[in-house]
Design a binder for this molecule. Structure first.
Ligand SMILES: [Fe+2]
Ligand SMILES: [Fe+2]
Length: 385
């Protein structure tokens, strides 16, 4: 039976107001839950106008036009180019994940040693299972984020007023279909397990679709969600020894770099003509997205599945992690921050976003190359994996 959830969540419903200035309120983080975890579909209201343009002049925006031409020649086929006969060893994947999380999971191990800890009876077996579940959860959230990109970019085809951007976005829609397809197939046939969408991610995706302003779709998806995904895929690609996943991630990354570049090139033009008040709204939207993405990495669902009811001390320990332990979380912002800088979002309005990025410890990435300058480096070469 197909169940429908009418999701009416919007940024105004989000319980943790930016004004409270406490992004580490654990109760507020944990209160964000899915309304119906078992629904087969959910419905989000799209409030944006659909725009026709009668100006068909191709190449009026040369850098977007170039991106479109590149995209047409960069299509791969997940059924043909990936070797689905590869035997995937789950234990090997879990070992990869344990290594990936060695520093990142230290606060959890510390929390386990506290008196009365909900993890007090955990041994190697439970922590090994936790590593496996973390990977399944992570790949599942990638899958759901990819569907978000599919839907959001279809929205951009409808709402952006420039023909070069409509052309490019249409190729991205096809890219995202492939990404959804390969992550879904990997989870279904190799892992044989998956997780529901994380509520923090779902709320962010809902906001991206819900907003009436077409540039917000780009900011939420191409700059924030895809910027984070590009960094996360790169990290997992460099760490995993599983050949099918490694190649899958490499192929997806070759597309994602173009997608993020599409966001930077489009928004650069739009933001030049915006008032300070409008730019300040974009700064707040970007930071709220950043917090939601951080909160999703607290992976409440994994604790739930592992039978841990009282997750508060564990989440608290993760939020209180040392700078070194937070390094992975910070690396996830290595694409977002330079791209926000390129768009002028860091320093507008007395540098509000710069201050916020300083507070969450990610400002050090600001001078890395922005993705519109480096996307060609991600292109696939012969035999690339
Ligand atoms: Fe994607
Ligand atoms: Fe993408």
């Amino acid at each position: 039976m197909t169940a429908t959830t009418n999701s009416t969540t919007s940024s105004t419903d989000y319980i943790r107001s930016l004004d409270t200035n406490d992004p580490n309120d654990v109760d507020a983080i944990l209160e964000v839950t899915n309304t119906d975890r078992d629904a087969a579909i959910s419905v989000v209201k799209n409030n944006a106008d659909t725009i026709f343009t009668w100006d068909y002049e191709k190449g009026a925006r040369p850098r977007l036009a170039k991106l479109y031409e590149k995209s047409k020649h960069s299509m791969w086929d997940g059924e043909i180019d990936l070797d689905w006969s590869t035997n995937v060893e789950l234990d090997q994947l879990a070992a990869d994940m344990a290594m990936l999380g060695e520093v990142q999971f230290r606060p959890i191990h510390r929390a386990a040693e506290e008196p009365g800890s909900p993890l007090k009876n955990w041994g190697d077996k439970e922590f090994h299972e936790f590593s496996m579940q973390s990977l399944v959860w992570q790949l599942s959230q990638f899958l759901h984020g990819e569907q978000g990109a599919l839907v959001a970019t279809a929205k951009i085809v409808e709402t952006v007023p420039w023909i070069d951007a409509k052309y490019y976005a249409s190729t991205q829609v096809m890219d995202e279909a492939r990404h959804v397809e390969v992550f879904a197939k990997y989870l279904d046939t190799k892992i044989e397990d998956s997780y529901q969408v994380n509520p923090h991610l779902q709320h962010l995706l809902d906001d991206v679709i819900n907003d009436s302003r077409w540039d917000m779709t780009y900011l939420g998806m191409q700059i924030m969600i895809e910027g984070l995904a590009l960094a996360a895929f790169g990290f997992l690609h460099s760490m995993t020894t599983e050949p099918l996943l490694k190649k899958l991630l490499r192929y997806v990354m070759s597309d994602e770099a173009r997608h993020v570049a599409f966001g930077v090139l489009s928004l650069q033009e739009v933001y030049q003509h915006m008032s300070l008040a409008e730019i300040q709204e974009r700064q707040e939207f970007a930071f709220e997205a950043a917090l939601r993405m951080r909160d999703r990495f607290l992976q409440q669902e994994v604790w739930h599945r592992m039978g841990v009811e009282n997750v508060k001390p564990i989440i608290q320990a993760q939020l209180n992690a040392s700078d070194e332990e937070k390094e992975f979380q910070r690396l996830l912002f290595s694409k977002i921050v330079p791209n926000c800088r390129k768009l002028g979002l860091l320093d507008a309005g007395d540098g509000w976003l710069r201050t916020k990025f300083e507070e969450i410890g990610v400002i050090q990435f600001e001078h890395l190359e922005s993705t519109d300058e480096e996307y060609a480096d991600f292109a696939l070469a012969e035999g690339d994996a």
